[in-house]
Design a protein around this ligand. Structure first.
Ligand code: PLP
Length: 424
């Protein structure tokens, strides 16, 4: 295969670093190859040098319907022509709220905002207000945004701040436990339950390893929260609308007290949401502040309604399940064919690819870091060179737009990439 053209991407990157630190506007993009894209449609991307990529990153998740979905574009375009934000309510808000709440099924009220980071903050503030307590229990490897009071990293079993300049003291109210260990949670709640406002978690640990909850774990977390009067917050920014229309709560049959959504809910548009039952959520209309100039903007509401309508009228879940299953199996077979210890785990809509010995699924962050994560990260530039767009951290997302031709393309490209990697 001819080397991928990249002159224009390289020139754009050279200019970008003169304009913005690292040439990127989000630190997550500092890892991996610097590709400048020109456009995306469906499951495909085209870069500034004319190369095509079959996309399994989906912009880190939001393009669950595929890029530039016609219904979302039409709705957002029509909405924008009537204005964007009015400093007041507008006529598209109720439809978006109704469709959203009907879809997730368990909540009475929703607040829309712009990013998952801020929706998580609103959830934590509300939980503290409702319970009158301050401590938050959360878990290694789970991501709840980039702000000081939630950004953590675990190195050699010790968890602490993840960024220079981060006030470590802001983590004082966090109690950080291992995922999938209900007994550790039970022990902490038995001792300190009266201080705990909330337990927050990704119901499936998508950000680190696409790790599923073990059988009965989420049910036990639910019971423990109820027993100790702590609010259970599901961070469904990745799982919401992806694992099922009703997200992880529906898929795993466990109902939280509050849940945070983002990414897949709006066809690629920047929208997030916090949902909950009427009584706690009423505090936002009383004494708990949650604000934002761009919350529930006209195009955002149009995008939410359009995307959710597509998900309800043409549910893609079965197709995604089949595509993702065939892709996961194909990856495993290619690993075996190339004699590589490739590990694939998770669900077809969101799975993790890495290298490491052993067969069973990884259950927690310690298990994930025991894998050879560097080896996969080193493979990613070769995958990108062969026209597969994925991220170094190993997550693969499948969209409603992935079909047979994408499956054929990605498996052929993977085979060629693994052959190139072997040659070194
Ligand atoms: C589980 C989870 N929560 C919160 C966030 C933060 O969302 P945002 O990047 O929209 O601020 C993310 C982002 O990836 C996420 O995966």
């Amino acid at each position: 295969m001819a080397a991928r053209a990249d002159a224009r991407s390289r020139a754009l990157q050279a200019r970008a670093v003169e304009l913005t630190p690292g040439g990127v506007h989000s630190n997550v993009r500092l890892t991996g190859p610097s590709v400048f894209f020109e456009r995306g449609k469906g499951a495909w991307l085209w870069d500034a040098d004319g190369n095509d990529y079959v996309d399994y990153l989906l912009g880190q998740g939001p393009n669950f319907l595929g890029h530039a979905h016609d219904d979302v574009i039409t709705a957002v375009d029509a909405a924008m022509r009537r204005g964007g934000v009015f400093g007041s309510q507008h006529v598209l808000e109720n439809e978006a709220g109704e469709l959203f709440l009907d879809s997730i099924g368990w909540a009475d009220r929703v607040r829309f905002c712009v990013s998952g980071t801020e929706a998580d903050q609103a959830a934590l503030r509300l939980a503290r207000a409702v319970t009158g307590r301050t401590k938050i229990i959360r878990f290694e490897g789970h991501y709840h945004g980039w702000l000081d009071n939630v950004l953590i990293k675990t190195v050699d079993g010790v968890t602490g701040p993840a960024s220079a300049g981060q006030s470590a003291h802001q983590l004082d109210d966090s109690i950080i436990l291992g995922f999938n260990d209900a007994e550790a949670l039970a022990a902490v709640l038995a001792e300190r339950g009266a201080e705990v406002a909330a337990v927050i978690l990704e119901p499936m640990m998508c950000n680190s390893g696409a790790i599923l909850p073990v059988d009965g774990y989420l049910q036990r977390v639910r019971e423990l929260c109820t027993e100790h009067g702590a609010m259970l917050i599901f961070d469904e920014v990745i799982t919401g609308f992806r694992l099922a229309l009703g997200g992880a709560a529906e898929r795993f049959g466990v109902t939280p007290d509050l849940a945070v959504y983002g990414k897949a809910m709006a066809g690629g548009w920047p929208v997030a949401a916090l949902a909950g039952r009427a009584e706690p959520m009423a505090r936002f209309a009383a004494d708990v502040n949650h604000s934002g100039t761009f919350n529930s903007s006209v195009p955002a509401c149009a995008a939410v309604s359009a995307a959710i309508t597509v998900l309800r009228q043409e549910p893609p879940y079965q197709r995604i399940e089949e595509h993702g299953t065939r892709l996961m199996d194909g990856l495993r077979k290619l690993g075996a064919d190339h004699d590589l210890p490739l590990r694939v785990q998770g669900l077809p809509a969101a799975f993790h690819v890495g290298f490491g010995a052993g067969d069973g699924p990884v259950r927690d962050y310690a298990g994930l870091t025991a894998l050879d994560l560097h080896r996969y990260a080193d493979l990613v530039p070769i995958l990108v060179d062969h026209g597969i767009w994925v991220a170094p951290r190993g997550i693969w997302y499948v969209s409603a737009a992935h079909g047979d031709s994408e499956l054929t393309a990605v498996l052929e490209r993977l085979d060629a990439a693994l052959t190139a990697a072997e040659r070194g």
